[in-house]
Every structure is written in structure tokens, then in C-alpha cells.
Design a protein around this ligand. Structure first.
Ligand code: ADP
Ligand code: G6P
Length: 570
């Protein structure tokens, strides 16, 4: 059995994500501001937080000078139960804008053309994952569960596993890449294999207790040497068993690591385009549980492991180095009551009444998206244009309210998209608008929760046209706000949500004509059909909540031992 020594273990949960639920900024007067973050990951985990207890570790979106950290850390911990991982601006830029959002994000959403591979961004990705691993490993105690979130942190499970068992994490990575276990790795090998800066893992000394290694760790520009000792292991142990023995010495054994990907995992035919395709897969294979939104994403991941790493997989996981990484499907959700109850608030009701008066005699279609090229906003606008051309009787009788939340504005593709959407909105409004009427109300800004809820409740239809989308929670939020109106949900078949939200009108956003037809059907659908669709949809959204997602995943992770189903190998 596991090396648990029979002691009672605590079952703390540590959630790690790149984005924390609050983003920090500093104004010209040096004052710090804390603002709620946006996006599906934050929405769902914030939903879980109401009933699950966890410490949330992540990047606060800003480098904070050392002298201000006590103040900031204190507020983060007391007000949000969060713990920060600080990255300097250059590292954060290359990790977040560079590797995460200019390489992994486009690739995982089937946009290899937008992918800009840059070796410096890959180094920064590894370095940032290493910083996370250092913070998390300091936090960890025996028996903890660490739940890593999303594509920004795909090396973290491996680095963390190496660190908690006292191995040189960078050295470990090189050894894996070389496909053999070496006691020490010299600088030249490190440099050759992964293009790393020299001086990361060095000096090996054999003592009675084990092997001593010196690891160079850079902390705020200062090079520190960290000593790590690995015990001598009896022959024939699997990597998993060695890791557990070494971790026990450090009081960090029996730590379970889970990983959840909030984006699609693409077909292996797309995934294999990635120059560091092996390293990313190896990064997550040190987990006990790997979760995806849909069955297809899980299947794509498993077939990538087979095709790229040559590993044999089971339908529900993979054995790797004596550990069994279980792979499963855990569709995320929201907390629908937040919207149901939010709608009852006086402020929201007042706003809803005002909007109803403003749009009297006119149907409203709502679109809510981060301004991201995966959301298919140009496709949505083209379809609206075709619809208005073919159904001029609707001109003046329907508006699209499109909220575009500013996102990742330092990345070039997002700047191009912004210009493209501005142009399209201008053109369509110019063509169909009059002095009294504009068909598109376009907002490029963040709106308050009250405003968002009122808009969802007001709308007769919601239009989600993502060309790829891990899940899409906007669809769930709209459904939760429609108990009165029973509005129609028009949903892209390329969003993960399409697999679950039976009762929506499914569209292929690339097919402009059928999307335009779907807008027409949504607007003309009779009340009985809308009601029966909504009931089915709301039933699903109420059952598969964020809380259900979180507890199902964590319960499964608690149950796992890390051992392969047929017992330890070797
Ligand atoms: P993604 O995760 O790609 O952004 P989702 O549709 O899954 O897409 O999630 C978007 C989330 O962002 C929703 O929960 C939505 O309510 C939230 N959101 C939308 N507008 C804002 C806003 N102004 N501030 C904070 N969150 C917002
Ligand atoms: C998606 C990603 C999340 C991310 C969110 C918002 O949902 O899966 O990890 O947090 O978009 O994007 P941002 O870049 O602002 O964190």
C-alpha cells in the first residue's frame, strides 16, 4: 500500500490557477486596487468556493515590489483566502502573453495559424511553472490535495512532484527527456537538451544517506544555491515508489495532484504541431487525476499520449512510471442560484424595468463574450447582417446587444480582432441604422454583475457562436436568468456546452446562412416550444453546477492511491 505510515492525514485542498479571482493594479498615486477577474475558470471556482474550503494560489496579475508585499498578501489572504505567486513583468509577459496565450491557447482552439512559437517564451513558461512549484511545494503537507487548473500550468504537476520528493526538478525534466535515469546532469547536457541556461543542476556528492545535489534557483535576480538530497533506493522500485519514499522523508508524502483543463484538448493531429508536445504531456502525466469538460477532449488527450509518447492507454487513464494517471470527464457548471436570486434584487429589477421601457416593441438578442477570436464574434455579426438582409421586416424590431469584455490586450491577435469587430459593427450599423435605431449595441468594457443579470433577463435570445470553446458558461448564465421569458438559446456546436445543453438551437457558426436561419427561428419560436426547451435546459444547469463539478472531481481525487489498478510495477 501507499507509504502512509498509518498516521492520520489532513485532507487540505489547494487550488492553483494562473488567474486569481482578483486582479491587482496600481494607480498613478501608488494605491493598490483589487478588481474581480473575469472568465469561466474564475466564475466556476468562485462558485465552488461557497461550499468547498480551499486555499487558492495564483498570479495576481501584477508584480508587487517587495516592500509592498506584506500589505498586499495580507489583504489577499484575509479577504479572499488567496496566496500570490509573484512573477516579474518580463517573465509574466512571456509566460502569459507569450507561451500561454500565443501558443497553447490558439493551438488548443484549432488556430495553428495564430500560433507564434518562440523558444524564449517556452523558457519563460517553464520558469513560471517552476515559480508556482516552489510556492506550492512550500505550502504542501502530507496528505494534501493539489488541484492544478488550466493550460498555463501544464508543467506544474511534474515539477511539483519532483520538488516534493526533493529531486532537482529541472534535472528531472532533462532526465525524462533523455529517456534514462542519471544521478546528475551537467550543464552542457541541460543546455543541449532543452536549451536551458547553464547552471541549473550541478554538483553531485554521494554520502551515506544518499545523493546530494545542488540546484541553482533564481529568486528576484539573485542566484541561490539550494541543496537537495535524494536517498539511496533499493533496486527495482518504480519512480512513483521512489518519489513517495523521498517525499516521506520531507513530510510531504501521499500528496495527490489533480489537473483540469478548461479549454478543449485538440485532436492529436493538431496537438502534434506543438514543438514541445512531449514535454507538455509529460508535465501532466505525474497527476493522479486528469479531467476534461467532454469525452472528446479526454479521448484526444489519450490518443496524443499514444501517438507522441508511444504509451499504452486504457479508456480511463494511463500507467506511467509506476503511477496511474486516471483520465476522466467532468463537465463544469455555474451556480444558477446566483442569477436566480440576483434577479430578485431591487437594483436589478429596477434596471430591468428601465431596459424593458427602452426596448419596448423591439426584441433583444444578447451576446456576452471576452473579446477573443475563439468566440466567433465576426461570424455572429455576418450572420446578423445576412438575417437583416433577408428579413427586412425585422429591421427596427430587433437589436443585438453585444458585450465584449476586454481581454489579453497585449497580444497582437486580440488587437487585430478588436479592429475587425469595430469595423464590422460600424459597417452593419451604418447600413441598417437610422437616426432613431441602431441594430447593434456594442460595448467594449466590463459591466457590473447587476447590469449583466438585467441584460440576460431582458433578452429574448442569446447567441453563442464560438468557433471552439472549452465549455462556455455564458450559455448557462443566460438560461438561469430566463425563468420568466423562456428565451431561446442559440449555441455553437463547437462549444463544449453543446454536448450538454439539449434544448438549444445548435448552429455551425461557419455556416452563415444556417446561423441567420437560427436567429430567425429563435425570434419566431412560439411560447410553448420555448418553455419546454427552457425547462429541459434549466433542469440540466441546476443539476450540473460548479459545486457538483468541484466536489465530484475532488471526491474522485481523494479516492485515488496513485497506484496502477494491477498494483505497483517493478
Ligand atoms: P471564457 O472562460 O472563455 O471567458 P465563459 O463563457 O466560460 O468564457 O465564461 C465567461 C465568464 O465571464 C462568465 O461567467 C461571465 O459571467 C463572466 N463575465 C462576463 N462579464 C464579466 C464582467 N464584466 N466581469 C466579470 N466577469 C464577467
Ligand atoms: C478562459 C481560460 C481561463 C482564463 C479565462 C480568462 O476561461 O480557460 O484560464 O482565466 O479564459 O482569461 P484571462 O487571460 O483573463 O485569465
Amino acid at each position: 500500500s501507499q507509504a502512509d505510515g498509518g498516521e492520520k492525514k489532513s485532507q487540505r485542498l489547494i487550488v492553483v490557477s494562473n488567474r486569481l479571482p482578483v486582479t491587482i493594479s496600481k494607480d498613478a498615486n501608488g494605491e493598490y486596487h483589487f478588481k474581480m477577474s473575469s472568465g469561466g475558470l474564475v466564475s466556476a471556482l468562485s462558485g465552488c468556493k461557497k461550499t468547498m474550503e480551499f486555499t487558492w494560489i495564483g498570479w495576481p496579475g501584477k508584480y508587487i515590489p517587495v516592500e509592498d508585499r506584506d500589505h498586499v498578501n495580507d489583504r489577499l489572504l484575509k479577504e479572499y483566502n488567496c496566496f500570490p505567486v509573484y512573477l516579474n513583468d518580463d517573465l509574466a509577459d512571456k509566460h502569459y502573453n507569450g507561451f500561454s496565450n500565443s501558443i497553447l491557447w490558439p493551438l488548443f482552439h484549432y488556430h495553428p495559424g495564430e500560433m507564434n512559437f518562440d523558444a524564449a517564451h517556452w523558457l519563460a513558461y517553464r520558469e513560471a511553472n517552476m515559480r508556482f512549484a516552489e510556492v506550492v511545494s512550500n505550502f504542501c503537507q502530507s496528505g494534501d490535495m493539489v488541484w492544478v487548473q488550466d493550460y498555463h500550468l501544464m508543467l506544474l504537476p511534474m515539477l511539483l512532484r519532483s520538488m516534493i520528493s526533493g529531486e532537482s526538478a529541472q534535472g528531472e525534466m532533462v532526465r525524462k527527456e533523455l529517456g534514462r535515469v542519471k544521478e546528475g546532469v551537467d550543464d552542457e547536457v541541460v543546455k543541449d537538451v532543452l536549451g536551458m541556461q547553464p547552471g541549473v543542476a550541478q554538483a553531485v556528492e554521494h554520502t551515506d544517506e544518499g545523493v546530494e545535489m545542488l540546484d541553482d534557483v533564481e529568486e528576484d535576480g539573485e542566484l541561490l544555491q539550494m541543496k537537495a538530497r535524494r536517498p539511496h533506493f533499493p533496486r527495482g522500485l518504480s519512480t512513483f515508489q521512489k518519489q513517495e519514499i523521498a517525499a516521506k522523508e520531507k513530510g510531504k508524502d501521499g500528496i495527490r495532484i489533480g489537473f483540469f483543463l478548461h479549454t478543449p484538448f485538440p485532436s492529436s493531429e493538431i496537438y502534434r504541431v506543438l514543438p514541445v508536445r512531449r514535454e507538455i504531456l509529460l508535465g501532466v502525466l505525474q497527476c493522479d487525476l486528469i479531467g476534461f469538460h467532454t469525452y472528446d477532449y479526454a479521448r484526444h488527450f489519450l490518443s496524443s499520449c499514444t501517438r507522441i509518447l508511444g504509451l499504452q492507454t486504457q479508456p480511463n487513464g494511463i500507467e506511467f512510471e509506476g503511477r496511474y494517471a486516471q483520465v476522466g470527464t467532468y463537465p463544469i457548471g455555474i451556480e444558477p442560484m446566483q442569477f436566480v436570486e440576483g434577479l430578485q434584487q431591487e437594483k436589478v429589477q429596477k434596471r430591468l424595468k428601465a431596459l424593458e421601457t427602452r426596448f419596448q416593441g423591439c426584441k433583444v438578442i444578447i451576446g456576452v463574450d471576452r473579446l477573443d477570436y475563439i468566440k466567433g464574434i465576426p461570424q455572429k455579426l455576418h450572420a446578423l447582417e445576412v438575417f437583416l438582409t433577408q428579413h427586412p421586416e425585422w429591421i427596427g424590431k430587433v437589436v443585438l446587444v453585444q458585450l465584449a469584455i476586454p481581454s489579453r490586450q497585449d497580444v497582437e491577435e486580440y488587437q487585430n480582432l478588436r479592429a475587425c469587430v469595430n469595423e464590422l459593427v460600424g459597417r452593419i450599423n451604418g447600413r441598417f441604422g437610422t437616426v432613431e435605431f441602431m441594430p447593434i449595441h456594442y460595448l467594449h468594457k466590463s459591466v457590473s454583475f447587476e447590469e449583466l443579470t438585467a441584460m440576460y433577463a431582458l433578452a429574448d435570445a442569446c447567441l453563442v457562436t464560438s468557433t471552439r470553446d472549452g465549455m462556455n458558461l455564458v450559455a448557462y448564465e443566460y438560461i438561469s436568468s430566463q425563468s420568466q421569458r423562456h428565451g431561446s438559446m442559440v449555441l455553437s456546436e463547437f462549444a463544449g456546452a453543446a454536448q450538454s445543453l439539449n434544448g438549444s438551437i445548435l448552429i455551425n457558426p461557419w455556416d452563415t446562412q444556417s446561423t441567420a436561419d437560427a436567429i430567425h427561428s429563435a425570434l419566431e419560436m412560439g411560447p410553448e416550444q420555448r418553455k419546454s426547451n427552457w425547462e429541459k435546459l434549466f433542469n440540466y444547469v441546476s443539476k450540473y453546477t460548479a459545486e457538483a463539478w468541484g466536489t465530484t472531481f475532488v471526491n474522485e481525487l481523494t479516492r485515488l492511491s496513485g497506484l496502477p489498478p494491477n498494483g505497483p510495477a517493478g
